[in-house]
Each structure stands twice: as structure tokens, then as C-alpha cells.
Design a protein around this ligand. Structure first.
Ligand SMILES: [Zn+2]
Length: 166
């Protein structure tokens, strides 16, 4: 799996992963999180790439926005897109809502990622608590929550998993 990372210098609290392994983190998220918490979010995003969720999301967005004809010609779909189309698709990825089970898969991947590299796995719980606490009072948060719903529930789940493990 090839990954690349970039940070967007905006105050928005967000992160997303494109199917080619591009992980994008918004500076607002980095301000909010500790290093370990940030790593847990990144681990989660890598999980979406690994499980092919982002590719499915992009495919859906592409078919919806750019027409079925080019999409069905297969192969390097992204490579053939004009910049403006790419922008629209990035937007679609950012706003994409993964299913509950996809989020759970990505959370599990993120947790394993934290353990594997000996980062503080418990940081994933506090990362979700921070997101949950922010709920409802800012527009940028709405975006993060629309793509990553139920932060409090997921914090509980992570806590539960870690409790059982250790
Ligand atoms: Zn997610």
C-alpha cells in the first residue's frame, strides 16, 4: 500500500483518504489533537484506503457527477479527469458518509495500526471524545461529523476493545 500525506492549512477539523493512498489532514485537526490522537485518526483513514472504502466512495461520486460513460471505460479513471472534476470529486470524498460498518472496520484498523507501531492506542478514544465534545456548534465540525458520525459511540467502543485486550 503506497501512502502519501499532505496537510491543508485551514482551520477546518477534518481528514480524509483518497483511494490512491493520499491522506489529507486539515491543520485544524492537528491543532485540536495530540500527536497520538492525530496518529489514531490517520490510522483510521489508512483503514478506509486498505479496505477499499475510499475507492467505492470515489466510484459512486464519479458515476454521479461525471457520467457513466467515462467511468465504465475503466482503468485510470482519476488520471483522465480534469482538475475541476478532481476538485468536485475531492469534495465528494470529504463529504462522503461511510456506513457504520465501514467506520467500524476503519476504527479497528486504526487501533491495530496504533498497537503495531507502539503508539498510545488509548489516544483513539480521547480523539473521538474531543470530536464528540465539539458537536453541534461549528460548521466545520458538521463536515467532519457527516463523514464520521457518532464519535461518542465510537469512543466507547474503542475503550471497550482496549479494556478487553489489556
Ligand atoms: Zn472514517
Amino acid at each position: 500500500m503506497k501512502l502519501n500525506f499532505k496537510v491543508y492549512l485551514t482551520k477546518e477539523v477534518n481528514a480524509f483518504a483518497a483511494p490512491d493512498g493520499s491522506i489529507r489532514v486539515y491543520a485544524g485537526l492537528m491543532d485540536l489533537m495530540t500527536d497520538d490522537e492525530l496518529l489514531s485518526v490517520i490510522g483510521h483513514e489508512i483503514g478506509h484506503v486498505k479496505h477499499g472504502h475510499s475507492l467505492n466512495a470515489l466510484r459512486t461520486a464519479y458515476v454521479a457527477s461525471a457520467g457513466r460513460k467515462a467511468a465504465s471505460s475503466a482503468g485510470g479513471v482519476v488520471g483522465n479527469l480534469a482538475d475541476s472534476q478532481l476538485g468536485a470529486l475531492t469534495e465528494a470524498l470529504v463529504n462522503n458518509q461511510f456506513s457504520q460498518s465501514q467506520e467500524t472496520q476503519a476504527d479497528d484498523y486504526g487501533l491495530e495500526f496504533m498497537k503495531k507501531y507502539k503508539y498510545k492506542a488509548a489516544a483513539m478514544e480521547t480523539a473521538f471524545r474531543k470530536l464528540a465534545k465539539m458537536g453541534g456548534n461549528s460548521s466545520f465540525f458538521d463536515k467532519m461529523m457527516s463523514s464520521h458520525p457518532d464519535a461518542a459511540g465510537r469512543a466507547d467502543r474503542v475503550k471497550d476493545k482496549l479494556g478487553k485486550a489489556g
